[in-house]
Design a protein around this ligand. Sequence first.
Ligand code: ATP
Length: 195
Amino acid sequence: MQHLGITGGIGSGKTTVCKIFETLGIPVYYADERAKYLMSHDRELIAGISTLFGPEAYLEPQVLNRAHIAQHAFNDQEKLAQLNALVHPAVARDGLEWQTAQHNVPYTLKEAALLFESGSYRALDQIIVVTAPIELRIQRVMARDAAKREAVEARISKQMPEEEKVNLADFVIYNDGVRALIPQVLAIHRGLIGN
Ligand code: ATP
């Protein structure tokens, strides 16, 4: 069975595209969501985070102190790298377990915003990149998260430029408001199932 990755910058429409794949019966592993869960529930990861950020890292057992982590990790490149070095292998392990538990499906999808940046694309067979014009992404995220333009732009500037992701992709889905998503998803799906 093939295991594919799906990625794209903030607001490119990854999750929207994944929902379409799910309607076709394809199981999707949402790595970013799962990472948040594991940070509060994986015993080994909890121990690592507590060592890195001190006992204040948890408000109570299984409740991560996000404000504390954000304050210490996001202005300190070293700490952020150390946090990623704990979280990425934990998600990789968990994702692998999830993949092996999938049966009777033609392929699986792993959705992650930082698939290339984290290096986790290497463990996947093929990569789908969802891409949209930057202005449209900004507008969509501002509307979805009730966020300010500057905040969205700051998040975008921390990610690998979308053109680079497109260059590394096996399949590209254009979510530009002109080309419809469903036919693009169906074309990839049919190619993968050989039909
Ligand atoms: P993030 O990385 O922030 O999780 P994402 O890549 O998963 O973002 P989505 O959440 O799928 O992106 O899309 C961002 C917003 O844009 C959502 O509110 C979604 O409903 C909307 N959106 C995505 N694609 C379209 C489209 N083709 N037409 C209209 N709205 C869209």
